[in-house]
Design a protein around this ligand. Structure first.
Ligand code: AMP
Ligand code: MG
Length: 332
């Protein structure tokens, strides 16, 4: 199968619509990461996503819609708290969990009774979904376990020959996946951290917001139990005595003939002299934007990535969650 990479145009959207209607897959940009979309009403189409990615079948997909008024078509009930979340955060980088309606593919929801719904803010994503005039279920458009794709080339590297079309909308803005939330008894639970953080949810809703990430033995969001975002080389995070420990780790690796690279905060750049460095940015937003791209750039050229913990900005939790997973839990 030949994989086309096309810039957004009327011709591209028409082709995308044709492919989706015929049960094929299309990769598309969103403000978080690139998604791999299929018609959410068709089991056969949705199955192709799991095959193309090598994704475990018990990990449900997010349902992407192009208009808020479509939510009611795919869910059983919309509570007051759901309405507040929709009003404040949609469209945007949030996926909200509802009880699913009967018409949705059981494959997309991994056999569960709930569905995560998201309306992307990205205009190309909205246009693609509305052109198709179908609900589009989509996970990130990477091979399972790999860093998520933040540009069209990342998608091509992972899925070339497996899908027919990638819509190239340039680099994604946020760089890490959506915040996943569920509501129970007027309490909002964060199942996956993202750009919309605990403080933002509390401020907008005036409700209790509970962080369920990594605080439970049984993962609440099924996807969180799998290895994720792993680069091909080793990776380790440094959270305590950051600069000293980073230098120590780096120099020890060099002494044993390894080639390390430091992913650091702009403020610490000077401290590392002429060691191999990639500056992720000045805060957790910049670093989230750059992380997956830099992991893919570094993994083939270095033996180990030593990544600094970022403690500033709005995306501290989301970034830490991705970095610690990419490091397979290795942290000093
Ligand atoms: P991805 O965007 O590829 O990382 O995959 C979607 C994420 O949303 C995964 O972590 C899923 O486990 C999570 N997710 C999707 N649907 C649900 C659901 N109904 N309940 C809980 N988590 C979900
Ligand atoms: Mg993913």
């Amino acid at each position: 199968m030949k994989t086309l990479i096309l810039k957004p145009s009327k011709k591209t959207f028409n082709l995308a619509k044709k492919l989706i209607t015929n049960g094929e897959l299309v990769a598309f940009p969103t403000e978080t990461v690139y998604g791999l979309g299929a018609n959410a009403l068709c089991d056969e189409a949705v199955k192709k996503i799991f095959v193309a990615k090598g994704r475990p079948q018990d990990n449900p997909l997010i349902l992407h819609i192009g208009r808020k008024q479509d939510i009611k078509k795919y869910v059983k009930n919309i509570s007051k708290t759901h309405k507040l979340l929709i009003k404040h955060f949609m469209p945007g980088p949030i996926s909200i969990i509802f009880d699913k309606a009967e018409n949705l593919s059981n494959v997309a929801c991994a056999g569960g009774q709930t569905v995560a719904i998201r309306m992307p803010e990205n205009k190309v994503a909205q246009k693609f979904i509305n052109y198709c005039n179908l609900p589009i279920c989509a996970p990130s458009a990477n091979t399972s376990k790999r860093p998520s794709p933040t540009n069209a080339n990342h998608v091509y590297d992972d899925l070339n020959g497996k899908i027919k079309l990638i819509i190239d909308g340039g680099e994604t803005l946020v760089g890490i996946e959506s915040t996943v939330v569920k509501v129970e008894n007027n309490i909002i639970y964060i199942l996956r951290a993202g750009k919309i953080n605990k403080q933002m949810l509390e401020k907008a809703t005036k409700l209790t917001v509970v962080d369920k990430i990594d605080s439970d033995k049984i993962p609440q969001s099924p996807g969180t139990k799998y290895t994720h975002y792993k680069p091909l080389c080793d990776m380790i995070m440094v959270k305590s005595d950051i600069v000293n420990n980073t230098i120590k780790l780096y120099d020890n690796l060099v002494a044993s003939n390894k080639k390390p690279i430091i992913f650091c905060c702009a403020a610490n750049l000077e401290a590392y002299g002429n060691r191999n460095i990639k500056v992720l940015g000045k805060n957790s937003e910049d670093a989230s934007h750059n992380l997956f791209n830099y992991l893919r750039l570094a993994e083939n050229n270095f033996d180990c990535i030593i990544a600094e913990y970022f403690s500033n900005g709005d995306m501290v939790d989301g970034l830490f969650n991705r970095m610690i997973k990419a490091s397979s839990g290795k942290i000093v």
